[in-house]
Design a protein. Structure first.
Length: 365
């Protein structure tokens, strides 16, 4: 089976070796309807990308799927989110008729399934799956959390599923086979209003919280062992949907050698389909950018590949041989010595499941 890669975005913090350099968390500032990001090591700085434009309901459930696509809900409908602008496009209604409101998504990489939690606050909560093509929700099971008002759901990257109950002020683990819950954290404050759960790939989960006692947004980390750690005050007062984008295994491999000013660098790409064309592009950082509908190319690169607005920075392209490999060369200008450059490879005509490499960061010698 082909390996489909989500795009590893290398931001300015990672490139500069910032003291923060934690996980990049995407969130919705519900006060301004703004999609943005913040670093788990510095949660007080929120970098806005753009507004969703959703005018009905309460926007929540921000979640990436395994291909780097971003999704959200307003409680009753699924929206796709443009990660470059923050704008939302309606996909379709969840079709829930029992009074439940969807409050958070959790994507299971092992099965490629988007799960959701729906709640009828102070009465009951249920787990659903979400069809990303239509928005439709399918019932899975009832949770056993009595009188629950659940607003958080997240897998922790190593198989554990967690939920957050506003009524009992607890974070609990959940068995998807039975929907039985086990309390993991008793919160040390009154948790009210919008908030959410997310995690990285290494078993570390985050509670993007609203502390009603202090009346402020706060970030905590927690794990399956019940360790619950305060990380800082959030800049937005309320974030009701948040997610760490975790990278899937890259579909292509990319190796860069002899990147020296005044000499010829070599770019070796592996893992492609024989006979299919691939491309290597370069950039110097900045926001991710989309390269689409250009002679069959379609890819969402982890850095800016646009030059003077439209032209794409292409190192070179080649055709994958019988072993799924190709090597291309590029002369490196002498004046590029000392520059921090980013490179990424993509295979042609693989949308919507883009076949790409991870971003390779190199300094020109």
């Amino acid at each position: 089976m082909r390996r489909i890669s989500s795009i590893l975005t290398i931001g300015a913090l990672a490139l500069t070796g910032s003291a923060f350099a934690g996980d990049t968390i995407w969130g919705i500032d519900n006060g301004s309807d703004t999609i943005g990001t913040f670093d788990s090591g510095n949660p007080g700085v929120f970098s806005g990308i753009g507004t969703t434009g959703i005018t009905s309901g309460f926007v929540n459930s921000l979640e990436f799927d395994g291909n780097g696509n971003l999704w959200a809900s307003n409680g009753v409908s699924l929206y796709s989110i443009d990660r470059g602008t923050g704008s939302a496009t309606l996909v379709g209604g969840h079709g829930i008729t029992n009074g439940d409101t969807i409050t958070d998504f959790a994507y299971d990489k092992s099965s490629g399934t988007m799960f959701a939690i729906g709640t009828l606050c102070a009465i009951s909560s249920r787990i659903y799956t979400i069809d990303l093509n239509t928005g439709a929700a399918t019932f899975v099971c009832d949770t056993d959390v009595a009188g629950a008002c659940d607003v958080g759901l997240a897998f922790d990257g190593v198989g554990n599923l967690f939920g957050h109950d506003l009524v009992g002020d607890t974070i609990y683990s959940l068995d998807l086979g039975t929907c039985a819950s086990t309390t993991v954290v008793v919160l040390p404050f009154n948790s009210n209003f919008g908030q959410g759960l997310t995690s990285n790939d290494n078993g570390l989960a985050y509670h993007v919280a609203f502390n009603s006692d202090a009346f402020q947004g706060e970030l905590y980390s927690f794990d399956a062992g019940g360790n619950y750690t305060f990380l800082g005050v959030l800049q937005p007062l309320q974030i009701a949907g948040a997610d760490v984008e975790v990278a899937a295994q890259a579909c292509l491999g990319l190796d860069v050698s002899n990147l020296v000013g005044g000499e010829t660098a070599s770019f070796h790409v592996t893992g492609g389909n024989p006979g299919v064309r691939g491309v290597v592009v370069w950039g110097l950082g900045g926001q991710s950018s989309v390269f689409e509908d250009v002679n069959g190319w379609c890819a969402s690169f982890g850095f800016d590949v646009k030059l003077r607005g439209r032209k794409v920075r292409i190192v070179n392209s080649g055709v994958f041989d019988g072993n799924g490999e190709f090597t291309v060369n590029r002369d490196i200008l002498t004046r590029y010595s000392g520059l921090d450059m980013l490179f990424q490879a993509a295979e042609r005509e693989t949308c919507p499941g883009e076949c790409m490499s991870d971003v390779v960061a190199e300094t020109v010698g």
